[in-house]
Design a protein around this ligand. Sequence first.
Ligand SMILES: Nc1ncnc2c1ncn2[C@@H]1O[C@H](COP(=O)(O)OP(=O)(O)OP(=O)(O)O)[C@@H](O)[C@H]1O
Ligand SMILES: Cc1ncc(COP(=O)(O)O)c(N)n1
Length: 273
Amino acid sequence: METVLTIAGSDSGGGAGIQADLKTFQELGVFGTSAITALTAQNTRGVHGVLPAAPEFVTQQIDCVMADFPVKAVKTGMLFSAEIIQAVADSLKKHASFLVVDPVMIAKDRTSLLQQSAVSALITELLPLATLVTPNIPEAETLSGLVIETQDDISAAAKRILAAGAEAVVIKGGHLSDKQATDYIFTADTVFTVSTPRIETRHTHGTGCTFSAACTAFLAQGYHLRDAIIEAKKFIHLAISQPINLGSGHGPTNHFAYHINKGNCEVAINDIR
Ligand SMILES: Nc1ncnc2c1ncn2[C@@H]1O[C@H](COP(=O)(O)OP(=O)(O)OP(=O)(O)O)[C@@H](O)[C@H]1O
Ligand SMILES: Cc1ncc(COP(=O)(O)O)c(N)n1
């Protein structure tokens, strides 16, 4: 069994962060380990408190896991501060594994999960190490410094993110309002989109965490990047389409759905280049 590591914040509500990552890993048959960057007191209504870990303790958690497990792929989520990002980058530079960077910035209730002063560290320290970066539209705007309104803007933002050193970027379309939920994938020489029908639901807490954790699990299992993204898209579509209806706010997605449905989901793929 392959081992994966998530470096992210804890969500006491269990739908996002470390908890979403570990549930996704378990469902996809990889062994999940974790390094917690921050505790959050959180439920489906919002984030009520944030307690960051000391950067040296984040380092200690990563180094402990790396010293004992053959970690095939790493995922980062909420990193909170420039100091924690520096600690994570310094640790990860010592290890050759796939790295999926989910550049978590703000929660659905607008609580900041990344200090403004940490954005440049994310770009200069972590993006050069990334196999894949998975921003939503507002995160892609922050990483690229561009306003995204059109498909050309998405391409321009992706170019800037690749220029920062990432091997590939998925700009997720969850925040757009088209009938299809379309994600845009860019590498140095390919561009394609993956789409599934947009589902009308309030149960979208942790969609980004879950999608990027699924990408990480599939990469660890030897899937090519393109197939890992397509399979992760199935995982998140099924998780959103069969909600478990918990909480009175943005409820969690259903991490069991992919397994129960044996991954049965149509993804429309459009090769642009
Ligand atoms: N209503 C929806 N119906 C179908 N797919 C969706 C919907 N909302 C999001 N998705 C898909 O879920 C994945 C995550 O995208 P999204 O843009 O929601 O990420 P995010 O904003 O980073 O999530 P979060 O901040 O909640 O963790 C993408 O593949 C996106 O297309
Ligand atoms: C610890 C943690 N990590 C990530 C998110 C983003 O998820 P969302 O945007 O759905 O609130 C979160 N809320 N909490």
